[in-house]
Design a protein around this ligand. Structure first.
Ligand code: URP
Ligand code: ZN
Ligand code: ZN
Length: 462
């Protein structure tokens, strides 16, 4: 099977050109001007950007949280991802039964994804307790199972303490793997949650007020110190929501520490006032960390443009407003945490970032594809348009105007946080390994087409 993409504005790994890409047997075999070869399929990309397929390094498909399950599974969620220009995901495994080993959740997640995912996928390991066996087992997970990153949580039920976090950092560094971390100070959150509930402060805004910026920034700073004590262990901080956290990260990066920051579109486009929407609609935005004061948004955009933030992922964790999120209507602490976004990441970042001049097209490609591929051991097969790479390609029409709405999206959830947003520029074609799986917002792929990506070590952290 061969495909020829003609006359696109190609953002290739080491060059940008108006030209053609020739694909043979799912791999990019030639990039150039006026490639004169026959092909089974010819795609005209005139006046459009041709970029590497998006890699979403932070999703929660099918996650079980107590008695509630995220609305998107590996089929519906990846279909939505494909329509929004994402060609690979690295999903964060949810917690398993208390005391289970690392392989337990890996097996569960392979069962969730295999035969369902329409795009390529991998998983981050989840560490829910730390002991000698778990530290030992990590070796097998990295070397045999292709899981070269793990997440720890500093809050929630399965949080680790500082000693445990340090052990994880040291061990993963030794194995050439990377620690990702959810940074929030558990004590601060517990204090405010108890106080607010006692005082009858049950509305969604108190979710944000119970998790102040300082509670995130303190935990970020603590993890940076622990990673330093661990001998400059690689540290990836997920879903950074505010500049107070970035101040610590930027300082660490300036000192040459191996600290990587991820943010998410919700922190770039939505702010804390959303929690005050009428009819308890504020519950739609209950996620952790919470949405912040608006002034953070421009600062985070600057951090992206200055390469202090390396990745924009989604933290896609969808629950219906009706029934699921409404569990929090009389007590914000009862609302499941998380919001949808797997389909809107690339459209939002392109339209509001590139088209409005906040970031250039190269930075956009780095944030949504190349950097996550490099950080999480998928490069050079994924994350770049280059000869020899998988033909995971997205074509973006910069003139396509779209109003985001629940109705036009494929996410299996009853709302989008971005309802009514007018975008200029939208993905019009998504290809995974040379096969077109979405065209003009219509899914054309096949259930189960996605392959598991056994990941290697990070090739380069930025
Ligand atoms: O609220 C969120 N972010 N839910 C998903 C779980 C997590 O902490 O990433
Ligand atoms: Zn998290
Ligand atoms: Zn998450």
């Amino acid at each position: 099977m061969s495909v020829l993409i003609k006359n696109g504005t190609i953002i290739a790994e080491d060059k940008e050109l108006i030209g053609d890409i020739y694909i043979e047997n799912s791999i990019i075999s030639e990039i150039g001007v006026n490639i004169n070869k026959t092909a089974d399929e010819i795609i005209d990309a005139s006046d459009k950007f041709v970029v590497p397929g998006g890699i979403d390094a932070h999703t929660h498909l099918n996650i079980h949280m107590g008695d509630i399950v995220a609305k998107d599974d590996f089929y519906t969620g990846t279909e939505a991802a494909a329509c929004g220009g994402t060609t690979s995901i690295i999903d964060h495994m949810g917690f398993g039964p208390k005391g289970c080993d690392l392989h337990h959740q890996l097996k569960v997640y392979h069962e969730y994804a295999q035969g369902n995912s329409v795009i390529d996928y991998s998983f981050h390991g989840v560490i829910q307790h730390v002991n000698e066996n778990i530290l030992e087992e990590m070796e097998d997970m990295v070397a045999k199972e292709g899981i070269s990153s793990f997440k720890i949580y500093l809050t929630y039920d399965n949080k680790v303490n500082d000693e445990e976090a340090l052990k994880v950092l040291i061990r993963l560094k030794e194995l050439g793997a990377i620690t990702t971390v959810h940074c929030e100070n558990d004590g601060v959150i517990n204090y405010f949650r108890k106080l607010f509930i006692k005082e009858g402060k049950i509305a969604p805004i108190y979710h944000a007020l119970s998790r102040p910026e300082e509670s995130e920034a303190e935990a970020v700073n603590r993890m940076i110190s622990l990673a330093s004590v661990a001998g400059n262990a690689p540290l990836y901080i997920v879903h950074v929501s505010c500049e107070k956290s970035m101040e610590h990260i930027i300082k660490a990066q300036q000192e040459g520490k191996n600290v990587i920051a991820e943010t998410c579109p919700q922190y770039l486009f939505l702010d804390q006032d959303k929690y005050r929407e009428k009819d308890m609609q504020g519950l739609k935005y209950i996620m952790s960390p919470p949405l912040r004061e608006k002034e953070n948004q421009n600062l985070l955009w600057n951090d992206i443009s200055n390469n202090n933030i390396q990745v924009v992922a989604t933290d896609h964790c969808p629950f219906d407003f009706k029934g699921d999120k409404q569990r929090g209507k009389d007590d914000f602490t009862k609302c499941p945490n998380g919001a949808p976004g797997i389909e809107t990441r690339i459209p939002l970042l392109f339209s509001e970032g590139v088209m409005k001049g906040k970031i250039d097209i190269r930075t956009f490609v780095d944030m949504v594809s190349t950097n996550p591929a490099k950080i999480f051991g998928l490069y050079p097969k994924k994350g770049v348009i280059n000869v020899g790479a998988d033909a995971d390609i997205v074509i973006i029409d910069k003139n396509r105007e779209v109003t985001l709405s629940k109705a036009m999206l494929h996410e299996n959830v009853d709302y989008t946080p971005y309802e009514g947003m007018k975008l200029k520029g939208y993905p019009v074609l998504t290809m995974v390994r040379g096969t077109v799986i979405a065209r003009d917002n219509v899914f054309t792929g096949e259930k189960g087409y996605g392959e598991f990506l056994s990941r290697g070590k990070a090739s380069k952290n930025k």
